[in-house]
Ligand binder design. Structure first.
Ligand code: NAP
Length: 351
């Protein structure tokens, strides 16, 4: 006879969930659907939500055509898990309504990340934090640039403690959404055809250019994206003592963010030891063979879930310093994959 525990475990594994994807027609939402499908998330029914202008459009999920509906406060009545990728204002307005209807929200926007009653989760780093979802019924997915950096740094922090992080990012236009992908493509076409490139998404031309400007600028001279990296890293690592400074830059790349990460550690660690730690880290692939000119590239990270880490070397200007180059697909691990992994922890351990 099956034990009670084994029966309960079996029931949990076979349990299916009603899922809503808010922002299903967007760059992240689109990937979200593919991710739920690829990872075989136990979906019973799925609801696809977007603005009124997209209502009636059909999107495919597991071979079925699903009609997109307009997102309203009553969209979540029978929904267990709502995955939001529809911008901060939409999450602010609709996530509490969804939570009141009994749905647990996994939110991709910045709206709830720093709320002390909302867990901010990267499943490889702080899966235990998911438990805090009960306070508001919302779990936040961190910023794409934070996710890839923190997965690469967490094992080093755990082993020798990180005192300070200096990060510079090289972020793809897909991080701004569908319209920015079109803007880069149209500008490249215009320039090669000797026509004047138009810009509406970014303040300047992004084609063949770099903009040290992501999100709005704040009174302290930093951009909001830079401050997000600082605050989110401290919240996820549960360590406010880490000094962090960031410079975030938009570059003319379609998919995958690259980051130059410099750290100072509390205890010494060699580049070799850091590499060995990263080789064992789930979700990380060390790509670091300088003799053969092998290092992480945005074009190699695009379309995969792994975070590529390379150029791992000691910083010779300080006693305990390490440099590395970290690259990941911002739409996948930076958004949809991480959100799906959060939903998996939630479904397996808590619902
Ligand atoms: P996007 O391509 O512009 O898509 C936006 C989506 O949100 C569309 O489906 C849009 O529907 C929907 N939407 C917008 N306003 C809405 C409203 N009032 N009600 C219902 N639906 C609404 O943007 P994205 O890049 O996918 O980003 C979506 C969210 O994910 C943002 O919060 C962003 O910060 C976050 N995020 C993005 C990335 C990234 O790398 N792109 C990474 C992490 C997090 P329509 O098609 O009907 O307009």
């Amino acid at each position: 006879m099956q034990s009670h525990e084994a029966k309960e475990k079996g029931e949990k594994m076979s349990k299916k969930f009603n899922v809503a994807v808010a922002g299903a027609t967007g760059a992240v939402g689109n990937r979200m659907l593919a991710c739920l499908e690829e990872r075989d998330f136990p979906v019973d029914n799925i609801k696809l939500l977007a603005t009124a202008k997209s209502a009636g459009r059909k999107l495919s999920f597991k071979g079925q055509e699903i009609t997109v509906e307009e997102l309203t406060e009553s969209s979540f009545d029978w929904v267990d898990i709502g995955i939001f990728s529809a911008g901060g204002a939409t999450s602010e307005k609709f996530a509490p309504a969804a939570a009141s209807a009994g749905c647990v929200v996994v939110d991709n926007s910045a709206a709830w990340r720093m709320d002390p009653d909302v867990p901010l989760v990267v499943p490889e780093v702080n899966p235990h934090a998911v438990a805090g979802y009960t306070k508001k019924g919302i779990i936040a997915n961190p910023n794409c640039s934070t996710i890839q950096m923190i997965v690469a740094l967490a094992p080093i922090h755990q082993k020798v403690g990180i005192k300070r992080i200096v990060v510079s990012t090289y972020q793809a236009v897909s991080g701004t959404g569908k319209k920015a992908i079109d803007e880069l493509e149209n500008q490249i076409k215009a320039i090669v055809n000797n026509e004047a490139p138009q810009n509406t998404v970014y303040p300047y031309r992004i084609a063949f250019n770099c903009l040290p400007h992501i999100d709005v600028f704040l009174d302290n001279g930093y951009s909001k994206e830079e401050v997000k990296m600082v605050n989110e890293t401290r919240k996820i690592l549960e360590d406010d003592s880490i000094g962090i400074t960031a410079t975030t830059v938009r570059v003319p790349v379609f998919y995958s963010h690259s980051e130059s990460v410099n750290i100072e550690t509390k205890q010494p660690i060699s580049a070799e030891a850091a590499r060995a730690l990263l080789e064992k880290e789930p979700g990380v692939e060390v790509v670091d063979d300088l003799e053969n000119n092998i290092y992480p590239l945005a074009i190699d990270a695009a379309g995969i879930d792994e975070i590529l880490v390379g150029r791992i070397r000691e910083d010779e200007s300080v006693p305990n310093g390490i440099n590395m180059w970290v690259v990941a697909d911002n739409i996948r691990k930076g958004a949809a994959t991480n959100a799906t992994q959060i939903a998996e922890v939630l479904a397996k351990e808590y619902l």
